[in-house]
Design a protein around this ligand. Structure first.
Ligand code: ATP
Ligand code: MG
Length: 433
């Protein structure tokens, strides 16, 4: 993409409404714009990141054996009356009437709809287990939408639902998702700590939230210090097996959300206990037959009819974009990890209009394909460097007339700040598609 033609409305000034770095930087880098409180448009740069995050989530769900579907955003009220949640859900649910006065709603979550899909289609135990997921916009009329995409009203979530014949099988599905989550976050360069969590209004007895630690996190969490020092990326877990119990290292150490504190146990931890703030980027539940019972999701089996065991597994896809920036930024702007960067490399021409410089840039631009953003504007170098630092592409390739004459370009690593010189031939190969 050529920056001269790209829809990238960056801002020089810090927007007054933005209280935290990720919100500020997403506005300044031209990734999002607010359309109403907690409701955002995603502009080209932001959407590229959102899509990359969603793709990683999707790949790991698929790898874990979950199957992608797409349920609608608008749901009929009836199914929520069937489960008994229509009244309980309260003001967070956006209730709508259609032209025939039928009660509808904008889905805040999809347990009901997916249970209907399952019960209408599956009659035999032989079809189990099943895990279905989708990546779809949700609406929750939050009391205090804030921090940009971190706590929106409309937000993108991956939600998966498992259906099993008995509690032991349901736990295997739970473990499988647990492992998929660890992998998903690690691939994005995030250290997300699994914490024992309250099961809340959804009910059930087994639940973990995944938190990225950050000063700006909304949740208070309590963790064993070892968790903080652990290097996730080097971990060697056999993700392929659903029979593998959740690894002791991950669940054997103390890590809890506020609601699940065990004060007696905390006393024994002494200095090893750390209280921190966390951003909840995922939440998994095993809730048994809560919905299947109320909604009659039953399969036949050699031992008679069985009400299926269910779990649900959410990832905050749009919130993750904010969480990534909270984890990776400096005073100059964002520092994207490569796996989720909107473009891998920013190509900076120091002298637009200089024939040799233009020619070198065009060659590099063509070789790099979809993963390059070429700053071909007729702007001062300082402006270009500042914009590149702001939008945070992992690599900056700087091409100037002097370098071109000497057959070299400069490469800067945005994460580390390291600079190096490459021959033009090396440069061509470095990011070739
Ligand atoms: P929270 O405690 O932050 O309100 P929740 O427990 O209500 O979240 P879940 O129902 O567990 O959320 O939803 C699954 C995931 O969706 C959460 O872990 C979070 O990452 C994301 N999420 C939930 N609410 C929002 C929101 N208002 N804006 C952005 N992402 C959200
Ligand atoms: Mg939650």
């Amino acid at each position: 993409m050529r920056l001269s033609a790209y829809f990238l409305p960056t801002l020089k000034e810090t927007p007054a409404e933005a209280q935290i770095a990720s919100h500020r930087l997403m506005l300044r880098a031209g990734m999002i714009r607010q359309s109403a409180a907690g409701i955002y448009s995603w502009l080209p740069l932001g959407l590229r990141v959102l899509d990359k995050v969603a793709d990683i989530v999707r790949e790991e769900q698929d790898r874990a054996g979950a199957q992608e579907i797409l349920m609608p955003t608008i749901q009929p009220a009836e199914v929520w009356k069937e489960s008994g949640r229509y009244d309980d859900y309260g003001k967070e649910m956006l209730r709508i009437k259609d032209r025939h006065d039928r009660e509808m709603l904008y889905g805040p979550t999809n347990e009901e709809l997916v249970t209907v899909l399952f019960r209408d289609a599956v009659k035999s135990y032989k079809a189990l287990p099943q895990i279905l997921y989708h990546i779809q916009w949700k609406f929750r009329d939050e009391v205090r939408p804030r921090f940009g995409v971190m706590r929106g009203r409309e937000f993108l979530m991956k939600d998966a639902y498992s259906f099993d014949l008995d509690p032991a099988a349901a736990r295997r599905s739970y473990n499988r998702m647990f492992m998929a989550y660890m992998r998903t976050y690690a691939r994005m360069g995030l250290k997300a700590i699994p914490m024992k969590a309250d099961t809340g209004p959804i009910g059930g007895d087994l639940s973990h939230e995944f938190h990225v630690l950050a000063e700006t996190g909304e949740s208070e969490v309590f963790v064993h210090k070892d968790f903080i020092n652990m290097d996730w990326s080097q971990r060697d877990i056999d993700y392929s097996s659903d029979l593998q119990p959740m690894v002791d290292e991950l669940t054997g150490k103390y890590a809890v959300t506020d609601e699940k504190r065990d004060l007696e146990h905390e006393k024994t931890l002494g200095d090893n206990l750390v209280s921190a703030r966390g951003i909840e980027v995922g939440h998994i539940f095993y809730f048994g037959t809560k919905y299947s019972k109320a909604m009659n999701a039953v399969v036949n089996s050699p031992n008679g009819d069985v009400t299926v065991e269910m779990g649900s597994y959410g990832i905050g896809v749009s919130r993750l974009v904010g969480a990534l920036i909270e984890a990776y930024h400096d005073d100059a702007g964002i520092k994207w990890p490569e796996a989720v960067a909107p473009f891998r490399v920013g190509l900076i021409s120091l002298k637009k209009g200089d024939a040799a410089c233009d020619e070198a840039c065009e060659k590099l631009y063509k070789a790099f394909g979809r993963e390059v953003l070429y700053d071909d504007r007729d702007e001062r170098a300082g402006v270009k460097f500042a914009d590149m630092d702001l939008i945070g592409l992992p690599w900056q390739m700087v091409v100037g007339p002097k370098g071109v004459a000497a057959g070299v370009v400069e490469l800067k690593n945005r994460m580390t700040g390291e600079k190096s010189e490459l021959s033009f031939e090396e440069a061509l190969k470095r990011f070739a598609e």
